[in-house]
Structure formats: C-alpha cells, structure tokens
Write a protein that binds this ligand. Structure first.
Ligand code: PMP
Length: 304
C-alpha cells in the first residue's frame, strides 16, 4: 500500500507537516523494535466523522506502554484529544488512525529505559485492508508454518511493534502460497489469530472465538462482535480450538480494525463456501453501528 499523504502529523504534542515528521537513523525503535502502537478507524456518519471506540483503543495503547515501562507523558484523555485534533485538522471524513509510541534517539543497547519516548499520531485514508472483494466474497486463508509467539515471549497481549515481525513472516508465506491471509496456531496447536485480525467460527449456531489465554491480542473488534452477537441472541463462547475445527466450521470470519469483518471462504484449500448467514448478519450490524445507523451503540462512536 502506498501511503496517501495528508497535511499534518501529531508529534510529541505539536502538529507538524507530513514531510517533516521524521526521526534519526539511530532511533532505538528502528534497531530493537521498542515501540507500541494502535490501529483505529474513523467512519463517516450523518453527524460527521466518528472514531470507533477511541477511548478503548487509547486505553489499550496505555496498557501496552505500561507493560513495557514506557512513560507516554500524557494521559488517555490527552491521547484521545490528540487523535481527535489530528483527524480534525486534516479535514478527513473517514480515515485510519495510527498512534505509535517508541524509544527515540540518544542511547543504544538493549536496556530501553534510558531512551526518550516519542509519541506520534498519524492519519490517512485507508480502504478495505484485505482487498476490494474481501468483505463480499471472503478471503482464502492458510494455516501458517510459523507459530504464534507464546504468552511468555513477545507476549501477544502487548500491541508492540516487535510482535509484527512474526506476523510479517506469516503474511509473506501466506501470500507466496496464494492465500490472502494466514492463521497462526500456538506451540500447542491451538488456533490463535490472523496476522492482524482475530478469528471467529460458527458451529451449530454457536459463535466461537479463541480465548485470550491461548495467546491473542484482545481485539476491540472481537469484543464488539461478541457483544453484537449476544445482543442478537447468539450464544457466544471463548474456547480453544484446533486446526481441524477450521475445516469443519459452518462459517468462519476474521475481524480487526483494518480488516473490519471479512468472511473466510477457505482454509488450507478446503472450501467453506460463500459467507454464511450469521457472518452476514454480524457484518451488517457492525457496519450499521460504525456508520452511525444504530443509535443503541452510540456510546461506541466518539465524535471529533
Ligand atoms: N490481532 C492482531 C495481531 C492485530 O494486530 C489486530 C489489529 N489490531 C487484531 C488482532 C484485531 O484487533 P482490533 O480489533 O482491536 O483492531
């Protein structure tokens, strides 16, 4: 994806020109992956741009930073304001939002604590992450030969930049094998997640998703869809699942801020058919909510 430029990027408390938002080549994070980030979407609604669950995203950002003993130097509320200001100043009706905090320039070596922390918020227009057809025709996925990181090594619960080396390895492999996305299993063979998405299967009318304890990022889209599914009357369970359950699921989909709600049409070349009725119902409800067409979930929309 080549980045569509916008006007301004928020950097350490001030708005700077897109082209001037730069760092030194000896920035710690460039060498050691010492950063945390978020991915958030702002949707166009009849009442103007609305950021989906912005506060929850910034709370996760704050938790990721705290787990790495990274002082952000600003509160969750201040980060929420910074995001709103960045969306506003760039005049975008809808966009993707990327807050990132990282260890900057000044010290080298593996103890990051003496390094200064920099905080940035960038926004840009970003369409369907998994390709134009993903939301309607679904994606073909392959189980990766790379394993999910264990909860005791590059913990999946931290949205750390370093964690995405593994995701990139899996994504490269999947694409080279002709799949659109990968699914990662942990070392015990339990199904975890996509490279940047959580996953759900539907079996006998029950909506199932892997538990946090198997090693996943606790996705905000995942949480939203569990709530939506329960509100629609479905039984929702968080439970471990193994690879073969993916082959025999009635329906399956992946979800995340970038990917939104994408049906899965095949796993390892085993067809699951067209998007199923439960997936379509959840997808429709999700888009109604994020686009401000369901006032029951108004709390999830934060106006800029
Ligand atoms: N898992 C991983 C590894 C991710 O990178 C993401 C995207 N942030 C998700 C799951 C989905 O999380 P969310 O719904 O909060 O975007």
């Amino acid at each position: 994806m080549s980045l569509p430029k916008v006007d301004k990027i928020w950097m350490d408390g001030t708005l700077v020109d897109w082209d001037k938002a730069q760092v030194h080549v000896l920035t710690h994070a460039l060498h050691y992956g010492s950063g945390v980030f978020e991915g958030i979407r702002c949707y166009e609604t009849a009442d103007g741009p609305a950021v989906f669950r912005l506060t929850e995203h910034m709370e996760r950002f704050d938790r990721s930073a705290r787990m790495l003993l990274m002082e952000l130097g600003c509160s969750v509320d201040e980060m929420v304001e910074a995001v709103k200001e960045t969306v506003r100043v760039n005049g975008l009706a809808s966009c993707y939002i990327r807050p990132v905090a990282f260890r900057g320039y000044g010290v080298m070596g593996l103890d990051p604590l003496p390094c200064p922390v920099q905080v940035v918020v960038a926004v840009w227009p970003w369409g369907t992450y998994l390709g134009e057809d993903a939301l309607t025709h679904g994606v073909a996925v392959g189980v990766s030969s790379w394993r999910q990181r264990s909860v005791n090594a590059n913990p999946p619960a931290i949205k750390a930049t370093a964690n995405y080396l593994n995701s990139s390895l899996a994504r490269i492999e999947a694409n080279k094998h002709g799949y659109e996305e990968a699914i990662l299993l942990n070392e015990d063979g339990k199904v975890c997640e996509g490279t940047g998405e959580n996953i759900f299967i539907i079996k006998d009318g029950v909506v199932c998703t892997p538990p946090v304890s198997d090693g996943i990022l606790e996705g905000i889209t995942r949480d939203s869809l569990m709530t939506i599914a329960r509100d629609l009357g479905y039984e929702v369970v968080e439970r471990s699942m193994v690879r073969t359950e993916l082959y025999t699921a009635d329906e399956m989909f992946m979800c995340g801020t970038a990917a939104e709600v994408a049906p899965i049409r095949s796993v390892d070349g085993r067809s699951l058919g067209d998007a199923g009725p439960v997936t379509l119902e959840l997808q429709k409800a999700f888009f109604e909510i994020v686009q401000g067409r369901n006032s029951d979930y108004e709390d999830w929309l934060e106006r800029v």
